[in-house]
Design a protein around this ligand. Structure first.
Ligand code: FES
Length: 120
């Protein structure tokens, strides 16, 4: 499995008219280009990934697993994703998540969402 970042910009994520934060697509694409990481870490802007209640959602493929991120609310969150992607492109494997993103992790158990920070 290769390393990739999928950013949801679907029916809920990024929909300011629904009261959600905008997804900074232009900034993300510009950061990928400026840092030339597109070959090592594929960036995809996607339609709905499923867990809409966690808007805004992203899915990281680390090369050995998947990490769901949700409730991305600020530019800092997305900048942390860029940092993770840069580090991962250098290491050629999914890098350790920065703390700001660890706090955004969740897992899907059937139809349920479990925030990892709630597990203590
Ligand atoms: S719109 Fe992002 S998960 Fe549904």
């Amino acid at each position: 499995m290769s390393i990739s970042v999928i950013i949801c910009n679907g029916c809920c994520c990024g929909r300011v008219e629904k009261g959600h934060n905008e997804v900074p697509i232009d900034e993300l694409e510009a950061a990928w280009e400026a840092n030339r990481i597109g070959e090592a870490v594929k960036l995809t802007i996607s339609d709905c990934l499923g867990p809409c209640s966690m808007h805004n959602v992203s899915l990281l493929n680390t090369g050995s697993g998947k990490i769901w991120l949700g409730e991305l609310s600020s530019l800092d969150d997305y900048e942390a994703i860029v940092e993770w992607a840069i580090e991962s492109s250098e290491k050629k494997e999914g890098s350790k998540l920065p703390e700001i993103l660890e706090a955004r992790r969740f897992v899907r158990v059937g139809e349920s969402i479990v925030r990892l920070r709630d597990l203590g």
